[in-house]
Design a protein around this ligand. Sequence first.
Ligand code: BG6
Length: 488
Amino acid sequence: QDTPRAIIVIFGATGDLANRKLYPALYRLYRNKKLSDHFAVVGVARRPLTQEDFRNNVKASIEEYQGDSIDHDEFASHFHYNPFDAQHLSEYQKLDNFITELDQHHQAGGNRLFYMAMAPNFFGPIAANLKSQGLTDNKGWSRLVIEKPFGHNYETAQALNDQIGQAFDEDQIYRIDHYLGKQMIQNIEIVRFANAMFEPLWNNQYIANVQITSSEVLGVEERGRYYDESGALRDMIQNHLLQMVSLVAMEPPAKIHPDDIRYEKVKVLRSLRPLTDETVDDYFVRGQYDKGIVDDVELNGYRESNGVEEDSNTETFVAGKFMIDNFRWAGVPFYVRTGKRMKEKCTKIVVQFKDLPLNLYKDNEGTINPNLLVIHVAPEEGITMHLNAKKTDYGMTSKAITMHYDKSLENVEVPEAYELLINDCINGDSTSFVHADEVALSWKFVDTISKRWEKVKANFPNYASGMNGPDISDTLLNKDGFHWWETC
Ligand code: BG6
């Protein structure tokens, strides 16, 4: 396959995302020969920078986040800076000419990738201006990459979709959910659909419940202003957690093709049992971290963070139960939880299988240990099966054992999420990007919860920093006869 050619235009070129993620990802693609010499990056931002300053920034970001000091000058020679004020239409024409010149110079085939790595209120207006000022009338393909948040609720997400939809067709829009670029999340499909040991059991006859956790140790840090308006429900559940639920629950796709896979995910979201104002509290609980002592260090509470209201009602923790009312999953709870300032940084999926109808082989304590399949997403990447085997002695008692696949033992460099997603985008593969229908359905679901939570204030803070959320998170499972598997 030919290495793709393109001019990559990054709006927000001096920002945190560009420096922390995009430049190192582009560098790795370049080093791994996934980008040909026929590419250039146009950095677009307000700040007046010289070409040299910009290239130095790019090099510094690679050194800091990639820690690799070869090739940088040659790589940086593909980077060009274009100071830009998004409000002025005349600037778009200048940008258009600049891209056209670079295209000729780098022979980029007339392909343009516009990457919105900036404040979300600019996404819609910039997309519209790109169209109205003719930047999308190029001779090759043009694609738009946008970062979350895709709106703040269903209405604003629809308005954003309508706005960018006037400039780009759905198949030109690549909505990033960086979880979809994680190796082990992409692995869910393979584990499920390429193993005769799992697929026949992957349903309500054999699975008791599914538990998806994404916990963080860090607090809100310097993002208080954004986070206080968002909260864990919008920041994590609406996107990353619901994406994981869809991948675990979807039907096998007809083909490995973006339309087939996204169609199956949409079907899951359509099958979620809708909540009402009266049922929200039975299915979802929230928390906010207080101060706490972790490793002898006293950490402040959420309400003491910069940019956060001192009586903030914003949740930093959510646990919830999704019911998927379809033939495969009727009756099987999908529990999710996510939070900041928890015990450990860990993203994992635990599938708990049902107990056998009769099992005489208990362990020493007289317990029957259920089979678990754990998909470790991060920081550890791998799969663990929890099984029962005979305890080595004279009797017939059982013992819980594990079989483990540790990805790090493969000794290959794992492509980072952004690297993989940018590569997919320049190759026109939208499988691991979020379709407008997914965005709409997940907001619709989440909106019922946020409306309830805005109306009924919580008794916050309710968990100390360093804990796995508030007690009500345990109660949520206990009342169904389950508990969280802390197997990270
Ligand atoms: C982002 C959220 O989307 O995901 C952050 O905005 C969160 O608040 C982050 O910290 C978590 O990502 P990861 O890859 O570290 O699990």
